[in-house]
Design a protein around this ligand. Structure first.
Ligand code: TNX
Length: 550
C-alpha cells in the first residue's frame, strides 16, 4: 500500500525544511599556496567530509567532494528512474525503495526510461557501459532535486545505494519506526566517485562446527551487504558435520549432517535451500564460495560411508574441537570418484567461479601424498569449470594459474606464499573473527592471540607477503569459525565491529585509510546497528555514539 503525506504534514514538513535549510556559504578566500603545493594537494576531501552525514560513510569512498549547493530533499513526488528495465537494476531500485519507505514513510514509484528534466524530483539509477568508473565502481551526485547514480554494472548501482542508505537516518533500519510521523529527510550535496580496491571482499561462515539455518545465513548476508562485502565463503563440511545434500551420496547429509560441536542436532541444506541461498546472495551482489574441506577435517564424511576409509570401517561421529586427526584415504580410487561427484553436484548449483577444497591441517599423510592429492583435486575442480581455492598449506603443490591460495597461518612460509598465482588474505592474527577481542571476551578462541579492533584494521594487504607477484592479492576475507559460536547473536558479537574494519581494508585505498578517522566513522555506526538489532561489541577503545546528527 502506498503511503502519502497528508497535506498539513507536508506543508509543515516543507516549512520545517525551509527553516532548517542551511544558509549558502560565503565564498572562502583561496588559501595562499604555491602552484607546486596546489598540484600536490590531494583532490579528495575524503579525510574531512564536511557534513556529519558524510562523516559516517564506511567503507570510506575513494573520493568525496562536498558541494556547496542545496541539499536533496525527499518529497511525496520523489521518483526513482531506472535507466534500463533489466531485472538486476530493478532489484537494486526495489531495495532502495524499501530503505526510502522506512526513512520517509513514502513509497517512491520506480519507473524505467530516460531521466525527466528538472524540476522533477528524481533519483536516477543509470547503467552506462562507458562510465569511467571501474567494474564495481559508481559515480554519485547529490544535488537539489536530483540524485544521479552512474555505474558500469548493476553491482556499482547497488554499492551506490548502500552509500545512500548510510546517509539516511539510522532509524530507517528499524521497520517499526516507519509508522512514526513522516520526517523531512534530506541528503547532503556531494559528488562521490568510488570503486573498490580489491575484487574479493569476503567473509566466511563456519556452518559445519555449528549449523546455521538458511534464515540465519540470509540475515548475515543482509548485514555484510551494508559494508559492500561481495563474497560469502561457506565452510560446508568438517569433522563435526556435513551441511549440503549430495544426491549421489545421500548419507553425507543424512548421517554426516546430524551432528555438531557439543552434541546438538546439526542440520544441512537441501539442494533447493542451497540454491535459494545462492540466489539471495546474488540479489545482494554476494558470490557464494562453497568449501568442502579435504583431505583432512573429514570425519563427518568418513563416518557416513565406511567404503571411504582405508580400513573399511566408519568412525563414530565427532562433536569435539580437536583438529588434524582425520584424512581421506588418498590411495583409494573411490575417493576420487567421491570427490568428482560432490564437486560436480555443488558446482552445478553454484554460479560463482570458485570451489574451495580446504587442504588445511593434515597431520596423517606424507608430504608427497598430500601434494599429489591437492594436484589431483585441483584438476577435478577445473574439470567442473571452477577455480580452486585452498588454505595456505596447498602452496606446496604445483598450482594452476587460476588457483587461489588463502593465507591464514601467521607463520606460513612467506617464500612459498610469494610463489602463489593468487593470494586471498585472512591472516589469523588480524582477520580471524573467532579470535577474542581481549581477555574479557567470553566467546571465541585465542590461539592466534587476541584480535583488537585496531589490530583487525591497521594492516596493509600488500605488505603481508613480501615478494608476492604483482597483482597477486585478490583481496581479503574475514572467517568466522564457529567452535564456540552457537547462534547469530554470537556471530554478530564477533563480527561487529571487526568485519566493517576488514571491509574497509578491502574497499578503500591504503593511503586514504587511517585508524583515527576509522575510529570516528565506526563509532557513528552504533545507532544504525542498534536500529538493526545487531549484538555488537562496544570495544572500549571507541567512543560509541548514541545518535547521529542528520
Ligand atoms: C584453524 S583456519 C582452522 C579451523 C579452526 C580455526 C579456529 C583453518 C584453515 N583451520 O579448522 O576452526 O583455526 O580458529
Amino acid at each position: 500500500m502506498t503511503q502519502r503525506y497528508c497535506l498539513t504534514c507536508l506543508s509543515l514538513a516543507l516549512a520545517l525544511s525551509c527553516a532548517r535549510a542551511p544558509k549558502p556559504r560565503a565564498p572562502q578566500p583561496a588559501p595562499a599556496t604555491s602552484p607546486r603545493a596546489a598540484e600536490n594537494a590531494p583532490r579528495s576531501v575524503s579525510h574531512q567530509p564536511s557534513s556529519p552525514q558524510l562523516a559516517r560513510l564506511l567503507p570510506l569512498p575513494q573520493r568525496v567532494e562536498a558541494a556547496a549547493g542545496e541539499r536533496f530533499t525527499f518529497t511525496p513526488q520523489t521518483t526513482i528512474v531506472a535507466g534500463e528495465n533489466q531485472p538486476l537494476v530493478m532489484n537494486v531500485a526495489a531495495q532502495l525503495v524499501a530503505f526510502l519507505r522506512r526513512a520517509t514513510g513514502v513509497v517512491p514509484p520506480v519507473v524505467a526510461g530516460p531521466e525527466p528534466a528538472p524540476p522533477a524530483n528524481v533519483i536516477a539509477l543509470t547503467i552506462d557501459a562507458n562510465a569511467s568508473t571501474s567494474e564495481e565502481g559508481y559515480d554519485l551526485t547529490i544535488a537539489s532535486g536530483r540524485v544521479t547514480v552512474r555505474a558500469r554494472t548493476p553491482a556499482g548501482l547497488f554499492y551506490a545505494v548502500q552509500t545512500i542508505r548510510q546517509l539516511l537516518p539510522d532509524s530507517a533500519e528499524y521497520t517499526a519506526l516507519m509508522f512514526r510521523e513522516p520526517p523531512v529527510v534530506t541528503l547532503p550535496a556531494v559528488h562521490i566517485v568510488d570503486a573498490p580496491r580489491y575484487a574479493w571482499r569476503g567473509t566466511m561462515l563456519d556452518v559445519a562446527r555449528h549449523f546455521f539455518s538458511v534464515d540465519e545465513v540470509k540475515h548475515y548476508i543482509d548485514l555484510i551487504a551494508l559494508y559492500k562485502i561481495n563474497r560469502l565463503h561457506l565452510h560446508l563440511a568438517d569433522d563435526q558435520g556435513w551441511r549440503i545434500e549430495i544426491k549421489s551420496w545421500p548419507e553425507l547429509a543424512r548421517r554426516g549432517g546430524a551432528s555438531e560441536v557439543g552434541g546438538g542436532p546439526g542440520g544441512y541444506y537441501t539442494q533447493e535451500q542451497y540454491a535459494d541461498l545462492v540466489q539471495y546472495a546474488a540479489s545482494h551482489f554476494v558470490t557464494i564460495v562453497p568449501e568442502i574441506d579435504m583431505p583432512g577435517h573429514t570425519n563427518a564424511l568418513l563416518s557416513s560411508y565406511a567404503d571411504l576409509n582405508c580400513n573399511g570401517t566408519a568412525p563414530a561421529t565427532y562433536t569435539g574441537t580437536e583438529v588434524g586427526f582425520s584424512a581421506l584415504c588418498v590411495d583409494l580410487d573411490v575417493t576420487y570418484k567421491f570427490i568428482d561427484d560432490i564437486v560436480r553436484e555443488i558446482a552445478a548449483l553454484t554460479p560463482g567461479p570458485y570451489f574451495h577444497a580446504g587442504g588445511d591441517e593434515v597431520k596423517t599423510l606424507t608430504p608427497d601424498q598430500y601434494r599429489r592429492f591437492v594436484e589431483r583435486v585441483q584438476t577435478i575442480v577445473q574439470s567442473h569449470g571452477k577455480q580452486m581455492v585452498g588454505w595456505d598449506e596447498v602452496s606446496v603443490a604445483t598450482l594452476l594459474e587460476t588457483s587461489i591460495v588463502q593465507h591464514w597461518r601467521p607463520d606460513a612460509s612467506k617464500q612459498l606464499l610469494a610463489g602463489s598465482p593468487h593470494l586471498l588474505l585472512s591472516p589469523a592474527d588480524r582477520a580471524y573473527l573467532d579470535m577474542k577481542y581481549d581477555d574479557s571476551t567470553l566467546l571465541g578462541l585465542n590461539w592466534a592471540g587476541n584480535v583488537s579492533l585496531q589490530k583487525a584494521y591497521d594492516w596493509d594487504p600488500e605488505a603481508l607477503v613480501p615478494g608476492a607477484r604483482a597483482g597477486a592479492v585478490v583481496g581479503v576475507e574475514a572467517p568466522v569459525w564457529s567452535e564456540t559460536l552457537t547462534n547469530m547473536r554470537d556471530v554478530e558479537f564477533m563480527a561487529f565491529p571487526r568485519l566493517p574494519a576488514v571491509a574497509e581494508i578491502g574497499w578503500t585505498p591504503q593511503a586514504q585509510r587511517s585508524w583515527n578517522t576509522f575510529k570516528e566513522r565506526v563509532a557513528a555506526q552504533a545507532p544504525r546497528w542498534t536500529a538493526l538489532g545487531i549484538n555488537f561489541y562496544r570495544t572500549p577503545d571507541i567512543q560509541w555514539r548514541e545518535s547521529n546528527p542528520q
